[in-house]
Each structure stands twice: as C-alpha cells, then as structure tokens.
Design a protein around this ligand. Structure first.
Ligand code: SF4
Length: 701
C-alpha cells in the first residue's frame, strides 16, 4: 500500500495472475511499480486478492533476463543445472541480431533438413491475445503444421472438449458475476478462495444473502464454511456422484421438461443411461451416504436459477471430459443455461488462457475454434496471411510433443512463456526430452527451469511492460497497458515474435499489437464490434458484443445453441476408473494443485517478496490422523514415492484432506510435484491425470 501523492503516474491494466481478470491501477515511480490498487473492472469492481495487490514486485526482481543469451560451446551438458543468478556459466550474452539469427537459423536448418514437423511450439496463456495469435501463426505459416499448444492442455482442455461437443462453444455460458441473480450454485472440483479469490468473494456474498451453495470436492476448503451443503466425496468418483444426482432428478421428476423439449437432444438416451446410477448403488463408490446425494440433487434442481462452477478437480482426470459432460447434462436437465442467474462456468486458470485458446493456440483449432481440418477455414486464414496452405491434420498436444521428441521426430522447439520442465506430468520424462532437443529457443522473463535447457534465450517483457489485450474467464476482452519499458535489452514479446518470423522468411510487417488485433478480428466472429479503440476507451468488452454500444452479453444461448440443429446435447457418461489405483505398494492418493500465494510453477510468485515470505517452503497437506499413524509431527518431513519418482517435502497437518490422500502444490522446484504425477491422458481433451496418482508416504529422516 502506498501513497498516490508519491507516484510519477498511474496506468490502468489487468492483473497478470489468474483468469478472474481483475483490473488494476499500477502506481509507477522511477520506472518501478511501487503499489497497486484495484479499479472498477467488470470482474472485480475494485477488489483484489493478495497476489494482485502484493505480487507485482516480481517485475523488478534481480533475476530478470535483460540480455539475449546463447549457450556457450563449452557449457556443461544440458540439465537442470543453471544458477538463475549467474547464467553466464552456461550462456554468453549476445546482441539481439546475433541471438535472433541464432534462434531462427537453428529452427530453419531443422525445417530444411528434417521437414517442418521437426519443429514444434509451446505458446503462453500469460501473453496477450495478439502474442498468442502471432505464435500460432508463426508455427502454422512458418513450419506448415499444427504442432502448437499451450497450458490449456494441462488445465481445462477436457472442459472445452465437452462444451464444444454438447453446447457448441468452449467458453462459459454466463459470467461468474451472474451468481448475483442465482438462488442455487454448485462449486465442484475447485477451490476458488485460493485459486480465484476475487470470484470467491461473489460466491460468499451469494451465500450470505441466502443463496444455496453446494460445494462438492474430495478436499475441504474455506468456501465450505459458507455452504448449504459440503459433500466430500472420494477422489475420482465425480461421474458416479453426478450421475447419481441426475438419477434422483429423473426419479423425482425434478427436471425441466419444457426446456429439455425446446432446447436439447438425446434426452431419452441420457435418462435411460442414468437409471443404473441410484444413490444407493453409488454411495460406496463416492464414500458418502445416499441421502447426501439426494439432498444435493434436490437443492440444485428445485432452485429457480442455478449456476455450476468447476475447476481442475473436474478436468484433470483421464475421465475429465466425462466429468464435464455430466455437469453440462445437469445444467441442461434443470433448464439452467441461457437465463439470468444460470449457467455453466469452468473457472479458467491463467490470466489469458481463455484468450490464448480463442486466438488459436491449440493444435486442432484455428482462432475461434475453427477446425484445422476444414479446407474453407484454412483458406480463409491463408488468404488473410497471404501465404500457402498448411497441414489439414490436427497437431500434437503438449504431452504428445514431449513423446514425439523421445521418438526422434520433433527435434527443435520454440517455447514462449511456458515452463514444461516444471508443469508437465512425469516431469523427469519431459526434462529428458528437453535435453534431447537439437535446438531450443526459449522466450521468457526469467531463466526458468525450461530455459536451463535452451540453446538461445530471448529476454521478454512482464505484463506491465507491454500493451495488449487479454480475455478472462468471463469472456471479457480487456486492455492491458504498458506502464514502463522492459528492463535492459529485454523486449516486448510481440516484437520478438515478429523479428523471429522475419528471419524465418515470413513477410510480417506489424509495428504495433493494434495491427495484430485488427487482423485477428477479420476471421474471429467473437471479436465482432470489439475494436482496439473501443477497448482503449472502455477497458473491457464482453464477447459476444451485438453492437458498438453493447457492453457484451453476460449470458448466452437463451434461444439457441451454436450447433447445427441449435440444440444442446446430452452425452451420457460411464464410470471410468482412474488410470492407477492405490495398492499395497502405493496405498494413498496424490492430488496436486495451487496455493493462494503461489502461482503455477512459481516463476513469478516465488520472486515476489511478500508472497514468498508467506509461503516460503515446499509443503504438502496430510490429515493429522494419517501423520500420527506415520509417526510424523506436523512440520516434519515426508517422502512421497510414486511409480515415476520420489520427493521429500515438509508435511502440514490439514483436517480438510481425507485420510488416504496427500495434497501437493506444484510451485516448488526443490520438491517438484510433477516428478510424481501420472502422464496418462483423457482421450478427448488430452489432459493429464494430475488429480489422481497412487502414492506411498513415509516418514523421512
Ligand atoms: Fe489477480 Fe486473480 Fe487475484 Fe484478481 S483474483 S487479483 S486476477 S490473482
């Protein structure tokens, strides 16, 4: 907290952490952000959480990359062995021309000798929409294929797959603020008080004014104190629980017959499928009493307007798409889409994961989820790009690209702002793949774990150091403004992408992100009526916006769904067991996630003084009874072992965690959670099963 009298200027922008997309005023003095205040954005109305208010000092951390770096010829073998405070043991400083030439030449050489498919790209949900658009364009136009992806694959890809399949659109059907008009809400598989804290304030207010809040989660959480009902079910039993709830709604005829008849298809198949899922049959699987299932079903179905919020507890399973299918069916059968206070809302994780996905940073879709397999779609883009065609084959996803490196096909990568050396499942396998690459270009603000493996490192800009738009979980496209220049020789990300593209032979002439936004709008109907100038003056517009005066539609699909027959679809879901079950050797369940203070792989928040002081040490959460059984004091060390590897980490006593479960945050490199996680993926969303692995827990000496 500072004093506005002491600042040189204030700049309106957007918080760079989570998908809530709180608008902020950055207070700048001597080219540093000295404090931050929340302003009246549509998603936050002046509110901020601890990350948004106190987490900005990472921008000025001494570890910022300020010069382009090229791997030294006498560098030690590639590995996780670079000191971020002293990278010159492995890299030498270079000019921009030298570094860009080295980066482009290495990728171009692979393209010529091995073909375009030997180079893949990971873009970033932390970058702007314009930078995400340029990144996917660079891979598609420059290398002729679709092997380009980003962290949506580790986050909500299964939710998007189910939404596209059954609703016809991958985004939320209503903003989270619509909970103000609801009288019942389900929060499942997410912990908003830690991961979407400002959204959680709206949920708490809803409960305080009498709204019925149902929290469904294997782990207890702060929001449960506000809940009408907290159902702590067994990890992995989501489909059993949700099908049983829907069976109750069918049996007790609590469904909305006229909505189903008017707006949906495949109801009879769904209804028949649900008959086997009685609460009595599902109770043991879910680890709860049948009456708990009945109560939750009745409360939700008897509301006038209900919303469903979910997070990665739903999506990060090999049955993540089925979990989301069930939530969609539950909303449809109760008529809870397309009216005030109703809707489906997967809470998006990173600040721009919605926008990066919308911008086409995914292997199967061009911008606005237009299929790469559609000849007409591809030619609409190549017309605008003034270039030849590219592959009609869906590209490889994040984890498939890692496997493709091991198979010897992908040999070079361009990675912008992603950290697969920390974020990928079975991360030892991913690190081995990164070390195998013949040419790796990493663009980032810090020497991340992934940058340890780079051949060329391009120093980039923090969010406050550039202009560009981002899209939050609410479909709100918001304007981020440049508060200061990047430090040293670091550059804005879009500039680096353009310079690299030119050296790869592409005819790119952009001089400002505004020109990129204008190009995006040509083939993206979601951006109709949204212009850069409008965002400059209004800060945010929700898509779809029906006219230049329309602030955007908070609720969509009141009369029709964007599917061929304009109806949403019920897709019945069967119970699929997790990929590996606890057994005598690995008797407990490991689940991973985030904490309030630390963001994703920790590259930003662990360099924020306040946030890292509050949560400085790698930790896991275990039920106190389990700790007692293991002979471990709270705060003592435990060894966690799975079929992939082992780590040693401090154990925190936490009654909200079930006795057979361990919760492990993934922000700490010294006890990297993903050494342990299972790379098995959902067949539709291709998302790994981060939320369930069999683990052995022992006292560590
Ligand atoms: Fe930033 Fe999310 Fe916190 Fe808002 S809720 S201040 S967007 S981290």
């Amino acid at each position: 907290i500072g004093d506005s009298a002491d600042i040189d200027r204030e700049v309106k922008s957007v918080c760079p952490f989570c998908g809530v997309g709180c608008q902020v005023s950055l207070k700048v003095k001597d080219e540093r952000v000295v404090f931050v205040e929340g302003i009246d954005g549509p998603a936050n109305e002046g509110r901020l959480c601890v990350k948004g208010r106190f987490g900005f000092d990472y921008i000025h951390h001494p570890h910022r990359l300020t010069k382009p770096l090229i791997r030294r010829e006498d560098a030690p073998e590639k590995g996780l062995n670079v000191d971020p405070a002293n990278p010159l043991t492995h890299f030498r400083e270079a000019t921009w021309d030298e570094a860009l030439d080295a980066a482009a030449n290495g990728l171009a050489k692979l393209r010529e000798t091995r073909g375009g498919k030997s180079v893949a790209g990971f873009g970033s949900a932390k970058c702007t929409n314009e930078e995400a658009y340029l990144f996917q364009k660079l891979i598609r136009q420059g290398f002729g294929h679709n092997n380009v992806d980003h962290c949506t694959r580790l986050c909500h890809a299964s939710s998007v797959a189910a939404l596209l399949e059954n609703v016809g659109s991958g985004a939320v059907t209503a903003t989270f603020n619509e909970i103000e008009n609801a009288d019942v809400a389900i929060v499942i598989g997410c912990n908003p008080a830690e991961n979407h804290p400002v959204a959680a304030t709206y949920f708490k207010q809803f409960a305080k004014r009498g709204g019925k809040l149902i929290v469904l989660d294997p782990r207890g959480q702060a929001l449960s104190r506000f809940a009408t009902q907290m159902v702590q079910f067994r990890p992995g039993a989501d489909v059993s629980l949700l099908n049983a709830m829907m069976q109750v709604i069918v049996e007790e005829k609590l469904y909305d017959e006229s909505y189903i008849a008017r707006m949906t298809e495949n109801w009879e198949a769904e209804k028949a499928h649900l008959a086997a899922f009685t609460p009595e049959k599902m109770a043991d699987i879910c680890g709860i009493a049948p009456d708990e299932i009945r109560a939750a079903a009745r409360t939700f179905a008897q509301g006038n307007a209900g919303m469903i919020f979910w997070g990665m507890g739903v999506s990060q399973h090999i049955h993540g798409t089925d979990n989301s299918r069930c939530l969609i069916s539950l909303a449809l059968m109760t008529g809870n889409v397309g009216k005030p206070g109703a809707g489906l809302h997967p809470l998006r994780g990173q600040n721009n994961v919605q926008g990066a996905s919308d911008a086409g940073l995914i292997p199967m879709f061009l911008p606005d989820y237009q299929s790469v397999t559609d000849d007409g779609v591809r030619s609409a883009f190549t017309d605008v790009w003034n270039s030849g065609d590219f592959s009609a084959d869906k590209g490889l996803t994040v984890t498939e690209i890692v496997d493709d490196i091991h198979a010897g096909n992908t040999r070079g990568m361009y990675i912008l702002g992603e950290n697969p050396a920390m974020s990928d499942p079975d991360v030892s396998h991913a690190r081995e793949a990164l070390a195998k690459l013949e040419h790796l270009v990493v663009q980032d603000i810090f020497l991340t774990e992934t940058a340890n493996f780079a051949d060329v490192i391009l120093p980039a800009s923090a969010f406050a150091e550039k202009a560009g738009t981002v899209t939050n979980t609410n479909r709100q496209v918001q304007m981020g403004r440049q508060a200061m220049q990047p430090p040293g020789d670091a550059k804005e990300d879009w500039w680096i992408e353009v310079e690299l593209a030119k050296r790869l032979g592409l005819d790119w002439t952009y001089t400002h992100p505004q020109e990129v936004f204008a190009e995006m709008a040509i083939n993206m109907r979601s951006l109709d009526n949204i212009t850069w100038e409008r965002l400059e003056s209004q800060n945010a517009v929700t898509y779809p916006s029906l006219s230049h005066d329309d602030p955007g539609q908070a609720i969509v699909f009141a009369d029709a769904f964007p599917r061929d027959n304009e109806r949403a679809k019920f897709t019945p879901a069967d119970v699929i067991a997790p990929d590996e079950s606890p057994d005598a050797e690995y008797p407990m369940i490991l689940t991973t996630g985030r904490q309030l203070e630390h963001w994703h792989t920790g590259s930003m928040t662990r360099r924020s003084k306040v946030l890292d002081s509050v949560e400085p040490e790698a930790n896991c959460s275990i039920n106190p009874k389990t700790l007692k059984y293991l002979g471990v004091e709270a705060g003592g060390m435990v060894r966690l072992t799975t079929r992939r590897g082992e780590i040693t980490v401090m154990a925190r006593a936490d009654r909200t965690v079930a006795k057979d479960m361990v919760f492990l945050p993934f922000a700490f490199v010294e006890a990297a959670a993903n050494i342990l996680t299972n790379p098995a993926i959902d067949p539709y969303g291709k998302i790994p099963e981060f939320k369930f692995a069999a683990v052995r827990v022992e006292k560590a000496s």
